[in-house]
Design a protein around this ligand. Structure first.
Ligand code: ATP
Ligand code: MG
Length: 427
């Protein structure tokens, strides 16, 4: 199966927008077994888009093009494709009605130009866009004048805004692909998400033991991000399920405690689930992460069932006032210290009356480091019914990466603690 991706948009060429479609679509397609063979980004100029579509149609079974379906003068994809394939554009009544109701429901007048989005090339299937006005379009190019032997191809056009493209891909493109271009052989893919272990250590631990499966066709991949390493196991064919299942069991046996989730599961999602299952509550006391942990936890639907409060106590005075951290602890050990992390967690737990309280205090940098406590030093505290623990970590990165990695470590400490606490008694 040859799958090609064309991302259109001059803003991509100018470096003003990161081409997230490239990554997101490649990832989704790969997980379905439709691995992208070639990807190109082109500016919003007619000749570039036309050239890219022609070239891709000359090779691929599926061509996915993103962007340029909107109502403005730089949105050329729909018209160009119709012209290229010699298809008439016709106004689609259902799409027009959707556009009208989209504006009506937002109590905004419908600009005349938005009507062009209801124009559909002859023979194209409309992919409904519940989050915007421009529908996606899918058409079988058959016969395909650009491909040797006129072999047919599918051309799928998706709107540029990610919040429109992503649900459309999941809800309509995925089932369409599976229906019109089913894979010749079964494809199974599993991603195991780990934290607290480096990429090379993961590879060291599982690479050799999985060698036999890799030789038998298992696709083993690693993807490292700040504070996280994903292990991807994939296989094709009638035996794929068994191969992936066996490989997963081996990986779990070797690095099981580091695996916090599967597929796209985030650590915060796991935390909210674990706490919800246990009817346990959480309080947060953050300093150097500035509310990042609270942000992550509140990104999860249902967080309100578990998160009671999160305090950002940045100054020493705030740590004393809101968390009851003692002046002498601060004086003797400094704000970035194990005893302060402990007192912050205990203070948050008592003040907020939560089962678990997580605290973070550290030096994000670039200034403020000392020889004993260099930039990147961070202490994470956790108070629960059985006591309080605090651990030292060292994350000498830029401020944003520092926050990402530190929040990951804090949530992981919480995850492991929750899992090791069999019973939580209320405070
Ligand atoms: P619109 O109706 O908004 O004009 P469109 O289908 O014409 O939608 P574009 O105009 O190409 O799409 O892009 C709209 C917006 O979507 C861009 O401003 C950009 O923020 C975002 N976008 C487009 N392409 C990408 C991409 N490859 N990766 C990430 N974001 C993108
Ligand atoms: Mg546009």
């Amino acid at each position: 199966m040859i799958v090609e991706l064309i991302n259109t948009g001059s803003e991509l060429m100018l470096g003003r927008v990161l081409n997230t479609h490239q990554q997101w679509l490649c990832r989704q397609l790969a997980d379905l077994g439709y691995v992208v063979t070639r990807q190109v980004a082109v500016p919003d100029t007619g000749s570039d888009i036309e050239q890219a579509v022609k070239e891709a149609l000359a090779r691929a079974d599926v061509v996915i093009a993103t962007g340029g379906l909107g109502p403005t003068s730089d949105d050329l994809t729909r018209d160009l494709v119709a012209q290229l394939l010699g298809k008439e554009l016709r106004e689609d009544a259902a799409v027009l009605a959707h556009i009208r109701s989209f504006f009506e429901s937002r109590k905004r007048p419908m600009p005349e130009r938005t009507k062009v989005q209801a124009m559909v090339p002859d023979g194209a299937t409309v992919l409904h866009n519940p989050h915007g006005t421009a529908p996606g379009l899918a058409m079988e190019v058959k016969p395909n004048p650009f491909r040797p032997g006129s072999q047919p191809s599918w051309l799928i056009m998706l709107p540029g805004p990610p919040r429109e493209l992503r649900p459309m891909f999941t809800d309509t493109v995925t089932p369409l692909l599976q229906q019109v271009l089913p894979l010749a052989s079964r494809f199974v893919c599993r991603t195991l998400r780990t934290t607290g272990i480096g990429e090379s250590v993961v590879q060291e631990k599982i690479g050799d033991p999985l060698q036999r499966w890799v030789e038998a066709g298992l696709d083993l991949g690693y993807c490292a991000r700040p504070g996280q390493v994903d292990v991807r196991l994939a296989a094709r064919g009638g035996d794929a399920e068994r191969q992936v299942g066996e490989a997963e069991a081996i990986v779990r046996g070797l690095i099981g405690p580091y695996i916090y989730g599967v597929e796209d599961e985030d650590l915060e999602t796991v935390i909210v689930r674990l706490l919800t299952e246990r009817k346990a509550t959480l309080a947060l006391a953050e300093s150097c992460t500035g509310g990042c942990i609270a942000n992550r936890v509140t990104n999860v639907p249902g967080a309100s069932a578990v998160l009671l409060a999160g305090l950002v106590t940045y100054s020493n005075a705030a740590k004393q006032k809101f968390l009851g951290v003692h002046a002498e602890t601060l004086d003797r050990h400094g704000a970035v210290s194990k005893p302060v992390a402990r007192e912050m967690a205990e203070g948050a737990r008592n003040q907020i009356q939560a089962d678990y309280a997580l605290s973070v205090t550290g030096i994000a940098g670039p200034s403020g480091g000392t020889p004993e406590k260099p930039v990147g030093t961070v202490y994470i505290g956790l108070a629960d019914p059985s006591g309080t623990i605090a651990e030292r970590q060292f994350n000498p990165y830029d401020r944003e990466t520092f926050k990402q990695v530190t929040t990951q470590q804090a949530l992981e400490l919480l995850r492991r603690t929750i899992l090791s606490d069999s019973v939580v008694s209320p405070v």
